[in-house]
Design a protein around this ligand. Structure first.
Ligand SMILES: Cc1ncc(COP(=O)(O)O)c(C=O)c1O
Length: 436
């Protein structure tokens, strides 16, 4: 018996064969190919293509000597800055004492799930992390299925249906992503209000992951905290709009009504990571003091992402691929059902087999939908991240044009060339299947 299989009982039985985050693993594989000089259109990993805000990088250098542990909840001055940020953007009054800053919002979701006493509800399609974290925390995940015809959104009717067909424990927590990864969908105020009414009716708390909120292409994001303040834990951070994913800094905002949950998460934080990186906290705090600079930066970044997202959507749907037009963030979730029967003739039946074929035939890397996103294996959905372009030169060009003038028609072709080309290649691949 190999050492590997002999020691398998060291791992919790329910976690044997537990898959690592598929997006991170695939990204590492593709990065290796790119380093070896392979030409890859890498649409399989979503991170900001833009450089950091300069004030933040300068402040990080200035604060490299900050070597003391900070309060577990985060530097007060940073939480105060976060509070002012949310007054400006979400119109909500946040007490800095109701904020927990951590090493990424992902870690804070993990701790919340660890201490939560009740059942967890997730939505399909879903970001690849929610269900695995739910499992790590020993919760059963109840799944609400959405569909492309309804823009992949949950509705009060779907919540009623879940509650009618299942007996959930008294405490319920729904993980809600708005704007959404992987679908790019965003909810408006009317939709959120209608949902808040059923959440109240069924005593469902909401972990509202709004990390892409500031990347809404029309600056029209509405926070769940506006309509359901007493039952919402707001989850966000600096990884997306501020392009600081690798800095590992995120936060959660708790309503006063949920202070027992917040205190328990703080306790768990004190026993796990102690505090988020001190130099990073000082740097972000300084960055948030320049709210006008942050505002300008996010408006430029989001209008570029909007142009690239709408281009990707327009081109792919023009050959029969189905997708919802994204409203924010880096993703669309195209369904290649249009080539399903042609692919079956080639013996390709699952979305993973299709993505493997696309990669082999075109060097376009997509993440297969399927179980990682809580989708059926036979559905030909994929997550396409329209980010592999030189964000620095795109941002410089947008800054030079100014916000009062629209970006020119050829902006994507000129400044986001790998995305422009990759989408055209993908489109040709679809056409070729249809003509075969
Ligand atoms: C929906 C969603 N939530 C949270 C995160 C993680 O954010 P953080 O870097 O703050 O841990 C991501 C990152 O990919 C994400 O897509």
């Amino acid at each position: 018996m190999s050492t590997d299989s002999k020691n398998v009982d060291l791992v919790r039985t329910d976690l044997r064969g537990y898959a690592p985050a598929s997006n991170l693993a695939f990204n590492e594989e593709i990065r290796k190919l790119i380093e070896q000089g392979e030409k890859v259109y890498h649409f399989a990993f979503g991170q900001s293509p833009f450089p950091l805000i300069e004030i933040a990088t300068e402040a990080l250098k200035e604060n490299a000597q900050q070597n003391a542990y900070l309060p577990v909840a985060g530097l007060y001055e940073l939480r105060d800055g976060i509070s002012k940020f949310h007054v400006k953007y979400d119109g909500i009054d946040v007490d800095p004492d109701n904020i927990i800053v951590g090493p990424g919002s992902k870690e804070l979701i993990f701790l919340l799930l660890q201490i939560f006493n009740g059942d967890v509800i997730v939505i399909s399609p879903s970001w690849t992390t929610y269900k695995p974290q739910t499992k790590l925390a020993h919760h059963k995940a109840y799944v609400i299925e959405t569909n492309i015809e309804n823009d992949w959104k949950i509705t009060p009717a779907l919540v009623h249906q879940l509650m009618k067909n299942n007996t959930l424990k008294k405490n319920r927590l729904l993980i809600f992503n708005n704007p959404d990864n992987p679908t790019g969908t965003g909810y408006n105020q009317t939709e959120l209000k209608a949902l808040s009414e059923v959440f109240r009716e069924y005593n469902i708390l909401v972990l509202s992951d709004e990390i892409y909120g500031r990347l809404h292409y029309d600056q029209a994001h509405v926070s769940m905290t506006k309509v359901y303040p007493e039952g919402t834990v707001l989850c966000t951070g600096m990884s997306k709009w501020a392009s600081a994913g690798g800095w590992r800094i995120g936060y959660h905002i708790y309503p006063p009504q949920l202070s027992p949950l917040m205190r328990a998460v703080l306790g768990a934080a004190s026993h796990t990571y102690s505090c988020a990186s001190a130099p990073v906290q000082f740097a972000v705090s300084k960055m948030l003091k320049d709210l006008d600079g942050c505002d300008r930066y996010m408006k430029h970044c989001s209008r570029i992402m909007g142009m690239v997202g709408r281009y990707s959507h327009r081109e792919l749907t023009s050959v029969g691929v189905k997708a919802v037009e994204p409203t924010a963030g880096y993703y669309i979730f195209p369904d290649f059902g249009v080539v399903k029967y042609k692919l079956m003739q080639r013996g390709i039946e699952t979305c993973q087999q299709m993505c493997d074929a696309i990669f082999a035939e075109t060097c376009v890397a997509l993440m297969a939908g399927g179980p990682a996103f809580l989708r059926p294996v036979g559905e030909l959905t994929t997550r396409l991240c329209f980010v592999p372009f030189d964000g620095r030169s795109a941002l410089e060009a947008s800054l030079a044009i100014g916000l009062d003038v629209a970006l020119p028609e050829n902006f994507v072709k000129e400044y986001c060339t790998p995305v422009y080309d990759g989408i055209q290649i993908l489109k040709q691949w679809v056409t070729k299947q249809l003509e075969s």
